[in-house]
Design a protein around this ligand. Sequence first.
Ligand code: 0RA
Length: 637
Amino acid sequence: MVQTNTNYDAGSIQVLEGLEAVRKRPGMYVGGTDVKALHHLVYEVVDNSIDEALAGVCTRIDITIHADSSVSVKDNGRGIPVGIHPTQKKSALEVVMTTLHAGGKFGGGGYKVSGGLHGVGVSAVNALSEWCEVEVRREGAVHFQRYERGYPKAPVKVIGKAKADDTGTKTTFKYDPQIFKEEMEFRFDTLVQRFREMAFVTRGVTIHFLDERTQRRMTFYFEGGVTSFVRYLNRNRENLHPVVHVEKDLEGIGIEAAIQYTDAYTESVYSFANTINTVDGGTHLTGLRSSITRVVNDYARKNGLLKDADPNFSGDDTREGMTAIVSIKHPDPQFESQTKVKLMNPEVQTYVTQAVGEVFGTFLDENPQAAKAIIAKCLTSARARDAARKARDLVIRKSALESLTLPGKLADCSERDSTKAELYIVEGDSAGGSAKQGRDRHFQAILPLRGKILNTERARLDKILGNNEVKALISALGTSIGDNFDLEGLRYGRVIIMTDADVDGSHIRTLLLTFFFRYMPTLIDGGHLFIAQPPLYRMAYKNQVKYVYSDKEKDKALKDLGGGDKIGVQRYKGLGEMNPTQLWETTMNPENRTLLQVTVDDAAEADRTFDMLMGDEVAPRKKFIQTHAKTVRNLDI
Ligand code: 0RA
């Protein structure tokens, strides 16, 4: 599937641009200078090694975060060429490291499949690094070069011998604090997730990751590729049949997919193009979905499971409880935008539909037990959807009537200009009380919700719509929901979720995010949804008082305040522990507060974890709460 031009040499590397541009406008090349962009640097380097694995010439990648936050990526690929470049008259290695687009991926042969996210290659990382060192083992020698802010310190030199069959590349870089100015750190969990995904969709490669700051390490190798991926995703669910694996080459496009139904109420489908997680889907995902719907309907008709009078299953019906991965390898992928999150190649849809349709259709024919279980699941979900639709229509009609009468518990503000008004959604009556007293009633409205909304065990979200607390929320917002949603009606320009920093708070936040994501995505898109950030500690010494929002800030404040162990430190477990003035000063006053703006990605993540949170398996839920309760404080990452 993946073919490479074996005559590749220094000559086919095209030289396009200098590196000053990258330092001047990092946003254009790695998406900014925030912590997300920082992680991008690592991905960009790893992508190059993954390309070698896709070309079938690399089996192992070692990634290490060192104590000084420098990062090494080492692979056993062919090694970056070191011959003298015919027009540039210097080592091809230096050209690759210092010239944009010089990875051999842009014209000139070389790779047939490439994952590199921005395609700018390792040279952009080099330009944004305080220093960078590359070691290439190739042609019996170890070649070395060091760069500072992109500029080579000396020509490439041989620093040792290597066995003839010992080849590969090791890149070590330290990001430049002149570019990445804010204080930030690599996040182990974020990187792990990405490396795990890469290993799933690059079968046969072993990715080893070591964090020397903490000595945590992880190794990923998945013999089953995307099938292993689906097993992993379904590890806490009851499955209805073994994973169905699809693997096909059509017109030079590699297609892999894996499908398994479980008893879950949601769909978990992920798509990849050249190992990139295409978060916004695209033609490969559309192809997968449409073929599943078609095959299931065809089978149900053919076997009398759908009667002539019955309508076809909708796409939603056939996807409830389905976990699937589709991963394609394409020599010339077209993406919607720079950020490469949506695949556009039209032919891919046809090929994926064909490949998946054939294999999945045969699977159903040959496994009547599995087919029966899948169709039964579709029938249940079709009925539930119908019932939910009726219930929802009722709620919408009711809330349309009720929207004239605002809910009783809403403490509204006097401001009528929605662009200036804010709604705080607060958990619990006691916090609600503090917020009502502490707010500026001029422009801040408070809606207290009771924790009870979560006790609907194993609830479909549709059920939650019938809940009184949620109805109050819908009518307070004034937008209605679902297809009837109308942003014009929004009564508050800022909708702010304010919950405790504990397990229940995190639970309620996830529920609310899921609710907004499914029924009011436009509200999130418009940038109207926020999460308040209450302080974790109050620190007092003599007549100084300081509120801090993280443990790190606390350590710093301990130093700054002087006074050693005479400093009084109070940990806030809930909003209720703050008096109204404190709540105003720390969390509600626009002059001092920090709000985290919710993006659709954040909400989608909450949505993905929602069914697990609501499911009846206790162990994964506990684990989720422990990890999620922390990360949600940093939604801007
Ligand atoms: C250009 C050409 C060839 C390999 C590479 C670049 C290459 C780049 C990186 C970056 C990290 N690891 C890498 N491994 C290889 C092909 C060389 C050949 O045909 O021998």
